[in-house]
Each structure stands twice: as structure tokens, then as C-alpha cells.
Design a protein around this ligand. Structure first.
Ligand code: NAD
Length: 479
């Protein structure tokens, strides 16, 4: 049975209208499983971006005055419609970016939770009062929405990122211009349909589809954009940070990772091995918080490698709609080449492929490497595939030192029964997130999610976004 939807032509959503690119241009979106045509999308131009920013700017004065009870209602309605259109969202996550159904379900549930959590933010936009040294002066702060928020999202978790960042920005009274990944525009177009149906005023949420490196600067560098939230690679993040610095545009950057997991000699391998597999094989390692480095204390090293390899060799690579399937296709030929090159470079320089390393179509087998050295690209650079390296360590201290030997700082994990070491690790790892006896892959709507160094600046989540996406104003009244 052909489960593919008909080929859709996707338009921009600007000022409440569905519109073509100004010059009628389109680009192809392909299904990464077999490179077949999945959809055609409006190929946005600089003028399309400017149209969208103008729409968001002109909608802002009225939108910021909307009542919390209305924004809350619209967001809860978004969640309801997401439930009604669940099957469509699943199909999109499977056929547009190659999510196995297991990952699509995970992403859908997270996205739904994030929209509902955002609804709760509407009533939390509040300030404080301050004592004043000036007699008779009443002193307070108020929080105000910033204005037009530019949201730029990656291909790998388009629903989580769209649901969280768009919903959080709208919850606190901003209007939004969203540039989704050119590899995942349909998911965002579906979200825009849902937002429109939920009752949000025209111009509150605008979507321009297009090629990020062609029109991204028109968005991030626009003088009427008041906040930028970007999720993607560190290279593009650096570029955006420079543009934002020139314009003094506040921003959050959620970038790449090389997240470590340390496994000490007292760890429970029955728990650590399945968590290790989850940490790197979910969506075939195309996760910023995937664990691409494992440091295992010597007494457990051989046993860990043996058990991890056994699990890795059995990870499901079947039909994407089979609940047992874990391994996704790698998103694009450019990314496939990167994964192939990282493995080939490691092998050429003396690494051992314990399991995996082969490809079935566009899918790379779960791959475990040992004997990895610093000269190998895979040692310190993000691969973004189902590939991880396992290193022996002689002590906890060595594990911590090696785990910190990176320019990234996103997620991290430690497996041990020693509460003192676990907390010492949590306090001293140079990462934004640390999971004790858990996988590096974990996210929730209200937690401070994000990283340091090459992994980014700022945090996401309801509380963090509330602070980042609003501006504090100090107000006094002389009584
Ligand atoms: P990418 O950097 O290639 O693209 C991300 C987005 O940026 C896309 O929408 C793209 O169109 C856009 N873009 C490209 N050039 C631009 C420019 N000049 N201005 C504005 N936008 C531009 O990343 P990707 O391949 O889509 O995603 C994978 C990367 O994202 C990995 O490095 C991964 O670690 C990272 N990521 C990080 C997080 C996090 O929360 N830290 C989450 C998911 C993914």
C-alpha cells in the first residue's frame, strides 16, 4: 500500500494569508529514506522575509494587548488540534525527515506538552516591586514582550522546536517570523495551519519557507527583528551571533554537541547499556544531545563494549512505521558523506569498528568505535550519525578530565552508585545539562535546556524563554 501523501506545494504564511514566493520560486523537499520527491515549497526571497517581518511588526501592537486568557485558550486549542491531526503530523515526521514511528511518537508527545506548558506562561509575565531610597517613591519592574521574534529551527526535531519556541514566544505576547529548515518545511506549515485554526490573530505567526543560507541573514539582520532564537549547527550559530552582535539583537543559540557519558566501575550495566543505546541511536544519532563519547572505567570496559555491541547489532532498521525500528535514514547526501568520512577517517587512522560501519540504503548501521585517538575527526567533531566512540579510563578523575576535553558543552551523563562522585561530576562537567544514571537524551518543557561554548548561548524552556523573550522595564511612581 502506498502510504505517501500526495505531493504538496507549500506556501508561506504571512499576515494570515497563504502566499507564494514573490517570484513564484519553489524548491524540492525529498524523503531521506529513498530521496523521492516529498513536497515542493515556496523558495523564499529576501523580499518575502521582509514582508513577513512587516506583517509581524504591524500585528505586534494589537497582539501584545491580547489578554492572557485568550492566548492561553488559543494555545490550548493548538494542542487540541494537534491531537485531532496527530496522524498527519506522524506521517509528516516519518516521510519528510525519516523519523521512525517511535521517534515521531516521542517528538509528538513532547511537542504537545510544550504547547500546553506554554499556555501556562501567559499568566506568568510579571515583574517585582523594590524598596526605594527616595522618600515616597514606588518602584517596580514590569515585563514586556520584545516585539518580533525570529525563530530558526533545524531538521531533526522540527515539531519539538517549533512547538516550544513558537508557542513560548506567542505566549508572552511576541509576534513571530519562523524560518524552518529547508529539509522540514512541511511540519512547520502544518503547525501554521493549526495555529491559524486555533484562532490566533493574523500576523501573530508568520512562516517563510526557503533556503536558510540564502535568506537567513535577511531575517536575523533585519532591524525590526527584536529577538532571534536559533537552533542548528555551531558554524551557522557563530555567523548569526556576529550579525546579532552588530545589531545588538538579543538571542539564544542552541547548537551542536559532543556529549560525553562516563561509566564508573560501580555502574549498573543492566541500566547503563540500554541508556547508552538510547543516547546515540535514537533517530540514528541525529540529535544534538546524543552521546558520541563513552568513557568506561577499566574493570567494566570489556563487558560494556561486549554488551553495547550486542544491543547495537540488534537495533531495529526495518520499516519506519514498525514500532521496533530505531535507525532513521541520514537526512541528506551531504550529511551521509560526513558520517561516511568520519568512519573512514577513523578506520584509516587505526580505530576498530566493533560493530556497524556498513550502510543499508541511506541508513548507517549503529556503529561502535574503539581505539579512537585525537588525530581522528570523530574524536572531537560532531558526526550527527549513529556513531560513537568508547574509551577506557583508569579513574573517575580521568573520566571527568576527558569528558571536559571538548569545545562543546551541551549534555552529559554519568553512571555510578557513588552519590558524591555523581554530584562532583554534575558540578564540574562543563556542560549545560547533566543526567546522573540517565541518558544524555532528555528534555522537558519547563527545564533550562541548552549548552555552553560551541553548544550555544542561553537556555530554552518555559521559564528561560519567558525571561529571554521579554524585556524588563523599571517604572517608578512619585507618590
Ligand atoms: P544547520 O545549521 O545546517 O541549519 C539549521 C537552520 O539554520 C536551518 O533552518 C537552516 O536553513 C538555517 N540557516 C542556514 N544558514 C542560515 C543563515 N545564514 N541564517 C539563518 N539561518 C540559516 O543545522 P541542521 O543540519 O538543520 O541541524 C543539525 C544541527 O543542529 C546539529 O549541529 C545539531 O547538534 C544542532 N541542534 C542543536 C539543538 C540544540 O538544542 N542545541 C537541537 C537540535 C539540533
Amino acid at each position: 500500500m502506498d502510504t505517501k501523501a500526495e505531493i504538496r506545494t507549500l506556501q508561506h504564511f504571512i499576515g494570515g494569508e497563504w502566499v507564494d514566493a514573490e517570484d513564484g520560486g519553489l524548491f524540492d523537499v525529498v524523503n531521506p529514506l529513498d530521496d523521492s520527491l516529498y513536497a515542493r515549497a515556496a523558495k523564499g526571497t529576501g523580499n518575502d522575509v521582509r514582508r513577513a517581518v512587516a506583517a509581524a511588526k504591524s500585528a505586534f501592537p494589537e497582539y501584545r494587548e491580547t489578554l492572557p486568557k485568550d492566548r492561553e485558550r488559543w494555545l490550548l486549542r493548538v494542542a487540541e488540534i494537534m491531537e485531532e491531526r496527530k496522524a498527519e503530523l506522524f506521517d509528516c515526521l516519518i516521510d519528510e525527515i525519516g523519523s521512525p514511528i517511535q521517534k515521531a511518537m516521542f517528538e509528538y508527545e513532547k511537542g504537545l506538552t510544550m504547547v500546553r506548558a506554554a499556555a501556562g506562561m501567559c499568566r506568568k509575565v510579571r515583574g517585582e516591586t523594590y524598596p526605594s531610597d527616595a522618600p515616597g517613591k514606588f518602584s517596580m519592574s514590569i515585563r514586556e514582550p520584545r516585539g518580533v521574534v525570529a525563530v530558526i529551527t533545524p531538521f531533526n526535531v522540527p515539531l519539538i522546536k517549533t512547538a516550544r519556541l513558537v508557542a513560548n514566544a506567542l505566549a508572552v505576547g511576541n509576534t513571530v517570523v519562523h524560518l524552518p529548515s529547508e529539509m522540514a518545511p512541511h511540519l512547520t506549515v502544518l503547525f501554521a495551519e493549526i495555529v491559524a485554526e486555533a484562532g490566533f490573530p493574523a500576523g501573530a505567526y508568520n512562516v517563510v519557507t526557503g533556503i536558510g543560507h540564502e535568506i537567513g541573514d535577511d531575517l536575523t539582520g533585519h532591524k525590526d527583528v527584536d529577538f532571534v532564537t536559533f537552533t542548528g549547527s555551531s558554524v551557522v550559530g557563530q555567523h548569526i551571533a556576529e550579525i546579532c552582535a552588530r545589531n545588538k539583537t538579543p538571542n539564544t543559540l542552541e547548537l551542536g554537541g559532543k556529549s560525553p557519558t562516563v561509566i564508573l566501575a560501580d555502574a549498573d550495566l543492566d541500566k547503563a547499556v540500554p541508556m547508552a543505546a538510547r543516547s546515540i541511536f535514537m533517530f540514528a544519532g541525529q540529535a544534538c544531545i546524543g552521546s558520541s563519547r563513552f568513557y568506561v572505567e577499566r574493570p567494566l570496559y570489556d563487558e560494556f563494549v561486549k554488551r553495547f555491541a550486542m544491543v547495537a547489532s540488534k537495533v531495529g532498521m526495518g520499516d519506519l512505521r514498525d514500532p521496533e525500528t530505531v535507525i532513521a535514514p541520514i537526512i541528506s547526501e551531504r550529511q551521509r558523506k560526513r558520517v561516511r568520512d568520519h568512519i573512514a577517517d577513523a578506520v584509516a587512522k587505526g580505530a576498530t569498528v566493533v560493530t556497524g560501519g556498513e550502510w543499508i540504503g541511506n541508513r548507517c548501521q549503529p556503529t561502535l568505535l574503539t581505539d579512537v585517538t585525537e588525530e581522528m575527526t570523530v574524536c572531537k567533531t560532531e558526526t550527527f550519525g549513529p556513531v560513537t566512540s568508547i574509551y577506557p579510563i583508569d579513574s573517575y578523575e580521568e573520566g571527568l578530565e576527558k569528558a571536559n576535553d571538548t569545545e562543546y558543552g551541551l549534555s552529559s551523563a554519568i553512571f555510578t552508585k557513588d552519590i558524591n562522585r555523581a554530584f562532583h561530576f554534575a558540578r564540574n562537567i562543563g556542560a549545560g545539562m547533566c543526567h546522573i544514571n540517565g541518558a544524555t537524551i532528555h528534555d522537558e518543557a519547563h527545564v533550562p535546556f541548552g549548552g555552553n561554548g560551541e553548544s550555544g548561548v542561553g537556555r530554552e524552556g518555559t521559564d528561560a524563554d519567558l525571561e529571554a523573550m521579554t524585556e524588563l522595564k523599571w517604572v517608578t511612581v512619585q507618590l
